[in-house]
Design a protein around this ligand. Structure first.
Ligand code: NAD
Ligand code: MG
Length: 390
């Protein structure tokens, strides 16, 4: 029996992880589940999986969670500190699927216990990649990528020497607006931006896919996870979302990773690693697919990709500023305070300010500095948003 915990259990990745675990209940002893406002879902899964502890991120929902778990013998807790504590509970495999920088601290706590961390939470790598990877090293922990592109790269690298890698290409579907004329993007609505042509995901990453901020985060994630130089990392638009990543080697050969657009493949790979297990995703029928299309991304259309290049170049705490400004700008779009294209304007303005006023590139990447820069970038983003409204 393997002890597993799932952070962000009520979300899209969390639910797909639970789906896999439910198919082989005899193999897993589920220690902790965490969620947000969806107490009914959290309690249902906690009872069904007979977990030790269920935690909601929201202190005020503790009475609701307690009531929903009444009589089950399952411990209930609430708040960010309780989520961190849950990440310190011994487990052999921990899924990090909280959305946003809120996933960083639980991820670090999990690594400190030397566990295997299945990392869907790309924001923690963007915010504090060197800190996360160093913590894993110090504590003998393993980090496995769950983002589909990074899982694809990871799989293509099995048995290979990273020194023989010439380039890594991650693909992008192009998101909701890949065929929308540029002049219509300024007026794109929340509901239009929240529907993805290929993947079924949480709302925030779906909107980030439409703006390519998701791919921007993934460029930085690639750099941090695989420790390769930014100029070796490329993005290719691939509307079918069947090739997730390609790794080009020194001898001119390329290994491509293909699979259906179903996150249970990447989650299942991380769950069964280093072996391969049975995963119930559709099998690709390439004769039916017929053709796979690729094109270079249009940088004028996707300023997020240009900003990601600047962030990778600058390094240090620039990623923390970038992610936080992006999260705040995304809130602004979701709340109706910003237009779709204004999100990138806000992020760029905040990066310009902070690169001028702070030593983002040279300051140490420790938790205090990361938190300070994260806070500052959100505050600056808020000011820029207010300025745009006024
Ligand atoms: P989601 O919005 O569906 O779920 C997010 C989960 O995090 C929920 O359980 C929610 O309750 C919890 N949560 C939200 N804010 C929190 C906070 N402040 N503190 C604690 N918990 C909080 O998101 P998702 O689509 O499942 O994505 C999760 C992570 O995985 C993200 O980092 C995303 O970028 C990454 N990812 C997702 C997909 C996908 O297919 N959905 C693919 C690749 C990577
Ligand atoms: Mg991805």
């Amino acid at each position: 029996m393997r002890r597993v915990s799932i952070f962000g259990a009520t979300g899209s990745i969390g639910q797909s992880t639970i789906d896999l675990i439910r198919r082989a209940p005899q193999d897993y002893d589920v220690v902790a589940l965490t969620g947000g406002r969806n107490i009914a879902q959290l309690a249902r899964d906690a009872i069904d999986l007979k977990v030790d502890i269920a935690v909601t991120a929201h202190d005020n929902l503790l009475p609701d969670l307690r009531a929903a778990l009444d009589g089950s013998g399952i411990e209930a807790a609430a708040g960010p500190a309780a989520i961190e504590d849950a990440a310190s509970r011994p487990a052999d495999w921990i899924m990090s699927a909280i959305v946003g920088a809120a996933g960083l601290l639980p991820g670090l706590r999990a690594l400190e216990q030397g566990t295997t961390l299945a990392l869907a939470n790309k924001e923690s790598l963007v915010t504090a990649g060197p800190l996360l990877m160093a913590t894993a090293k110090t504590h003998g922990a393993t980090v496995l990528p769950v983002d589909s592109e990074h899982s694809g790269v990871f799989q293509a690298l099995v048995g290979e020497d990273i020194a023989a890698v010439e380039r890594v290409i991650i693909t992008a579907s192009g998101g909701a607006f890949r065929d929308t004329p540029m002049e219509q993007l300024a007026n794109a609505t929340l509901s239009e931006a929240s529907s993805h042509p290929n993947w079924n995901m949480g709302q925030r990453i779906t909107i980030d896919s439409a703006s390519m901020f998701n791919k921007a985060l993934e460029l930085i994630e690639t750099k941090e996870f695989f420790s390769i130089s930014p100029d070796q990392i490329e993005v290719l638009v691939h509307p079918q979302s069947l090739v997730h990543a390609l790794v080009g080697f020194r001898d001119g050969g390329i290994m491509a990773h293909l699979g259906p657009a179903d996150m249970r493949h990447a989650i299942g790979y991380a769950l069964h690693w280093p072996k391969r297990g049975e995963v119930p995703v559709d099998r690709l029928d390439l004769a039916r697919v017929g053709s796979l299309d690729f094109r270079a991304p249009d940088l004028a259309r996707y300023p997020a990709l240009r900003l990601a290049r600047d962030v990778m170049e600058a390094g240090g705490l620039t990623g923390a500023a970038f992610n936080a400004a992006k999260e705040r700008a995304l809130d602004g779009f979701i709340e109706g305070d910003l237009g779709f294209l204004q999100m990138a304007d806000v992020v760029e303005a905040v990066l310009d300010q902070l690169c001028r006023d702070e030593n983002l590139a040279s300051e140490e990447i420790n938790l205090d500095n990361v938190r300070r820069v994260d806070h500052l970038a959100r505050k600056r983003a808020e000011d820029v948003i207010r300025g745009k409204q006024g």
